[in-house]
Write a protein that binds this ligand. Structure first.
Ligand code: DQA
Length: 152
């Protein structure tokens, strides 16, 4: 039996504090809950989903290199790196498989500095504003046949 395809769900700074961090903005599901729900949906979709989080830009860049080298699809919530990290953007640009940018909140309905994503132009697509549902939509998009994913 062949192993299910791997998918990395990568979370940037402060996302490990989900549940206690500004729940009115980011929802009340804990980070552990997010891991559990993404892993369970991954199984349903036939993926081996690995969820990680880091506050460290260098570590996130290493993970994106790992994904590029292994042709692994990525669901990426870059957190605040979204808005200013050209290093992260350059790492994401090296992708060799679909990369979906996700946000729990809708950054375009928030402070002006959140209206810019330096990652969006090198992502396959972006899902934002649906709480943890943004991750589920992103995972489901990866389960679609490649010809239905024009941005990939
Ligand atoms: C976020 C939005 C970012 O603006 C913010 O810095 C985050 C979380 C989101 O998921 O809504 O850390 O990426």
């Amino acid at each position: 039996m062949t192993a299910p395809p791997r998918v990395l769900v990568l979370n940037g700074p402060n996302l490990g504090r989900l549940g206690s961090r500004e729940p009115d903005v980011y929802g009340s599901t804990s980070y552990a809950g997010l891991v559990e729900r993404c892993t369970a949906l991954g199984e349903e979709l036939g993926f081996d989903v690995e969820v990680r989080e880091t506050n460290d830009e260098a570590e996130m860049i290493r993970w994106l290199h790992e994904a590029a080298d292994g042709s692994l699809p990525v669901v990426l919530n870059p957190g605040a790196f979204t808005h200013y990290s050209y290093a992260l953007r350059d790492a994401a640009a090296q992708r060799t498989a679909p990369l979906v940018e996700v946000h729990l909140s809708n950054p375009y309905a928030r402070e002006e500095f959140r209206h810019t994503s330096v990652v969006a132009a090198v992502a396959s697509g972006t899902v934002a504003g649906f709480g943890i549902g943004s991750y589920f939509l992103a995972l489901r998009s990866l389960a679609e046949p490649a010809e239905k994913r024009p941005g990939s």
